[in-house]
Design a protein around this ligand. Structure first.
Ligand code: PGA
Length: 255
């Protein structure tokens, strides 16, 4: 089986301040210094990216954006392009987070266009897919996340996933304190990997699939022990340095 480097990304959502970021990042940098086999990433709000880039310089923590425009440039007020992010050192961009799909009306097609724009510029998209509670209870989990994934596969091709990260984030688990069980996560991750393998087996074997949704210091190790869970996308717990560092530690291949 292909060995996949573990990755833990913090999605700060719309939280932070210059002072809070400084303290949080200093503690995270110090806390993950020895975790050589885990890639650690933080995704602050846009205005703090430059501050974050400066504070993280020379550390082993990378940074990413929480969103990216599907357009390259032009009359798109309020948008930020992938090339702009790349210009000052951004590596990752979250695309298709369920909050953007639900609160800002992002469609599968738009998410696929954002994914393509991130790839074109050389960013690593973190593509989020996930079902709502109603969809899960109706037995539609695989239909929904299969559709969300296929939109990207159809638009960009399976090879594009070689430079991307996938994140399974069940909507019912985000910010609710109710995480998917390790077995539930594993089942969906295996489904996603098999879906990619239908198009391109070698890409599927190497693809990192993160789990997100109420990952905490206390449940991270059990989730990351699953064979198809390659790390996590962390919301609330990424704002608490000790918790985020513990979660990164739980992602070590041999903890
Ligand atoms: P949570 O959020 O860890 O607070 O549930 C995860 C996410 O939305 O990425």
């Amino acid at each position: 089986m292909a060995k996949r480097a573990r990755l833990v990304a913090g999605n700060w959502k719309m939280h932070g301040s210059r002072a809070a970021n400084e303290a949080l990042l200093a503690a995270v940098i110090a806390g993950v210094r020895e975790l050589a086999d885990v890639e650690c990433v933080v995704c602050p709000p846009f205005p703090y990216l430059s501050q974050t880039a400066g504070l993280l310089a020379g550390s082993r923590v990378a940074w990413g954006a929480q969103n990216v425009s599907e357009y390259a440039s032009g009359a798109y007020t309020g948008e930020v392009s992938a090339a702009m992010l790349l210009e000052f050192g951004c590596r990752y961009a979250i695309v298709g987070h369920s909050e953007r799909r639900a609160s800002f009306g992002e469609t599968d097609a738009q998410v696929a266009a954002k994914f393509a724009a991130a790839c074109r510029a050389g960013l690593v998209p973190i593509l989020c897919v996930g079902e709502s509670l109603t969809e899960r209870e109706a037995g539609r989990t695989e239909d929904v996340i299969g559709r969300q994934l296929d939109a990207v596969l159809d638009a960009s091709g399976p090879a594009s996933l070689a430079q991307a990260v996938l994140a399974y984030e069940p909507v019912w688990a985000i910010g609710t304190g109710r995480n998917a069980s390790p077995e539930q996560a594993q089942q969906v991750h295996a489904f996603l990997r098999a879906r990619v393998a239908l198009r391109e087996g070698s890409v599927a074997a190497r693809l990192r699939i993160l789990y997100g949704g109420s990952v905490k210091a206390a449940n991270a190790a059990a989730l990351f022990a699953m064979p198809d869970v390659d790390g996590g996308l962390i919301g609330g717990a990424s704002l608490v340095a000790d918790d985020f560092v513990t979660i990164c530690g739980a992602a070590r291949s041999n903890p």
